[in-house]
Ligand binder design. Structure first.
Ligand SMILES: Cc1ncc(C[n+]2csc(CCO)c2C)c(N)n1
Length: 222
C-alpha cells in the first residue's frame, strides 16, 4: 500500500517508454516528421479532444464530492474553451479548415482509444477514469521534457513543430499536469495491492492505445 503515480509507470516501463519515445515524437523533435503525418495526427486529435471532453463530463457524473465535481467541470471547460480553440487555430495554420474537421471520418485508433477511456469510466469509478486519462494528461508533459533532453531535438524557427513542443512545456499545461499527479498520488495512497493491479491494467491499456495513436499518425491509417 502507499502507492503513487510513479508506481503505475514503473509497472509498465516498456510500454511507457515506447509511448514517450515513439518515432513520431522523436521525428517531431528533430523537425523531420513528414508534414502529412502531422496533419493526419492533428485532424484525428480534434476528434480525440471532443471525446476527451465527454470523458470529463463523465467524470462530473462519477464525482462523489463537490470538489471532484468542480474539478471535472474545470477540466471540461478547459478543453472546450482553451484546448479545442487552440487546436482549431493550430490546424488552420497547417492548412486544415474547420469544416474539414467537422466532416472527418474517425480512424480506428481514435475510436479504440477514446471509447476505451469512456467505457473504463462507465464501468469503474472516478479513479479508474482518471487512471485511463493519465497517459494523456501526464504523458504529454513528460514527452515535452524528454524532447528537451534529447540532443537531436531542434528548437526555434528551425523546427516547424516548435509551437507544438512549446504548448506542452508551457506553465499552464505543466501546472495542470502537476495537479493531476497530486490528485492521483492522494488516491493511490489508499488502494490495496489487488486494486492497484486492476489500475495497472487500465493504465497499461491506455498507454498502448496512445502508442497506436502515434503509429496511426506515422502510417496515416484510417
Ligand atoms: C492522443 C492525444 N493524447 C494526449 C493529448 C494531450 N492532451 C489532450 S487534452 C490534454 C489536457 C487535458 O486537460 C492533453 C494533455 C492529445 N492532444 N492527444
Amino acid at each position: 500500500m502507499g502507492y503513487r503515480f510513479n508506481d503505475l509507470t514503473a509497472a509498465c516501463q516498456d510500454d511507457w517508454r515506447a509511448y514517450i519515445e515513439h518515432d513520431f515524437v522523436l521525428q517531431l523533435g528533430q523537425g523531420l516528421l513528414a508534414d502529412d503525418a502531422f496533419r493526419h495526427y492533428l485532424k484525428q486529435d480534434y476528434l480525440f479532444l471532443i471525446h476527451f471532453a465527454r470523458a470529463y463530463a463523465l467524470a462530473a457524473y462519477k464525482s462523489p464530492t463537490l470538489a471532484d465535481l468542480r474539478q471535472a467541470h474545470e477540466g471540461l471547460k478547459a478543453i472546450l474553451d482553451v484546448e479545442l480553440e487552440l487546436h482549431v487555430g493550430y490546424c488552420r495554420e497547417w492548412g486544415i479548415a474547420e469544416e474539414q474537421l467537422t466532416d472527418l471520418p474517425e480512424a480506428r485508433a481514435t475510436l479504440a482509444y477514446t471509447r476505451y477511456v469512456l467505457d473504463t469510466g462507465n464501468r469503474g469509478d472516478l479513479l479508474d477514469l482518471h487512471v485511463a486519462l493519465a497517459p494523456c494528461v501526464v504523458g504529454y508533459g513528460e514527452i515535452a521534457d524528454w524532447l528537451n533532453a534529447q540532443p537531436s531535438t531542434v528548437r526555434g524557427e528551425g523546427n516547424p513543430y516548435d509551437a507544438w513542443i512549446a504548448m506542452y512545456e508551457s506553465d499552464d499545461f505543466q501546472a495542470a499536469m502537476r495537479a493531476e499527479l497530486e490528485w492521483l498520488d492522494a488516491r493511490l495512497a489508499d488502494v490495496t495491492p489487488a486494486r492497484f493491479a486492476e489500475l495497472c491494467t487500465v493504465f497499461r491499456d491506455a498507454t498502448r492505445l496512445e502508442i497506436d495513436f502515434w503509429q496511426m499518425g506515422l502510417d496515416r491509417t484510417d
